[in-house]
Design a binder for this molecule. Structure first.
Ligand SMILES: Nc1nc2c(ncn2[C@@H]2O[C@H](COP(=O)(O)OP(=O)(O)O)[C@@H](O)[C@H]2O)c(=O)[nH]1
Ligand SMILES: [Mg+2]
Length: 281
């Protein structure tokens, strides 16, 4: 897969984060629970530095609960603050607020002892489309920042003040200039973090089928009524296209339409609850 793509607005966004990190007390690092490892942007480490960092495993409604549990276990073992949520469910807001409150308790007590009132500021970061803006809206209880099911919706700098005294800074999602790991790049495509228009949808669908055959063959068979996933990926693709009637005149496969449908099924959770990445070790 060939993705050599780093739009100018991502460089700008990274610079904005580097400047603003001085203003915040903590970081909220959002990870898509379907591919948490792939969501680690190597460029974020230098932005975060020694700041307190809370990991937010988002989109848990779409993720495999058994693997999410492994991730929670991993964060616990490493003594890293984390929270698992579904940001589209508004009832989850208090979970995020309380993990930030806990992470900044020392600081807030210091302010209190000095008799100063200063908001606790948190910068929310993560790859495109992992749900940063949705989390902020969920916390503020209203639609304060724009969200969208495609990368690149958040452009400028946006502070949101909550009644609890917490101030959140939304940031545009950024990726890194070169993907060394094909699996990581493919998973960022599956979860819609890499824009569909810079990749070949057929190639993405085939990679998705490849990984589903390996990790979730039953889900694949159930969704598409296949007897088994014990065939080549291109054969499975052909079967799905035939069953679904994705054909063009003359009986040829409509590969693009079929590919889009498969990727879309995954994104909407129609293939079941799926998580590709295991924690390190
Ligand atoms: N199913 C599901 N969808 C979510 C969740 N959080 C965000 N989304 C959706 O993911 C898409 C991207 O969200 P957005 O907040 O714009 O992502 P951002 O690019 O990180 O700011 C939107 O369509 C959201 O509705 C979640 O927990 N579950
Ligand atoms: Mg956004």
């Amino acid at each position: 897969m060939n993705i050599q793509w780093f739009p100018g607005h991502m460089t700008k966004a990274l610079r904005m984060m580097e400047e603003n990190v001085k203003l915040v007390d903590a970081i909220g690092y959002v990870l898509d629970a379907r591919a948490p490892l792939s969501c680690f942007n190597p460029q974020f480490a230098s932005v975060i530095g020694a700041k307190k960092c809370v990991f937010i495993l988002n989109k848990c409604d779409l993720a495999d609960p058994a693997k999410v549990a492994l991730w929670c276990n991993y964060f616990e073992r490493k003594n890293l603050p984390f929270v698992k949520i579904t940001a589209t469910a508004s009832a989850e807001a208090s979970k995020v607020a309380s993990v930030f409150e806990k992470a900044t308790v020392d600081l807030r007590e210091k302010y209190k002892a000095k008799g100063v009132f200063k908001p606790v500021r948190v910068m929310i970061l993560g790859v495109p489309n992992c749900g940063k803006s949705t989390i902020i809206n969920c916390l503020s209880g209203r639609k304060t920042v724009v969200t969208g099911d495609k990368p690149g919706v958040t452009k400028g700098k946006q502070w949101v003040r909550l009644s609890s005294g917490l101030e959140l800074l939304d940031t545009p999602g950024t990726l890194w200039p070169k993907f060394d790991d094909e699996l990581v790049a493919s998973r960022l495509c599956f979860i819609g973090s890499i824009k569909d228009d810079v990749v070949d949808v057929y190639e993405i669908a085939i990679m998705l089928l490849d990984q589903l055959v390996e990790l979730y063959p039953d889900n694949l068979c159930r969704r598409y009524g296949l007897e088994c996933a014990d065939k080549s990926t291109s054969e499975i693709f052909r079967q799905i296209a035939t069953k679904r009637g994705f054909l063009v005149r003359g009986g040829e496969l409509d590969a693009e339409r079929c590919a889009k449908a498969i990727v879309d099924d995954f994104r909407k959770g129609k293939l079941g609850k799926i998580t590709f990445d295991l924690p390190p070790e």
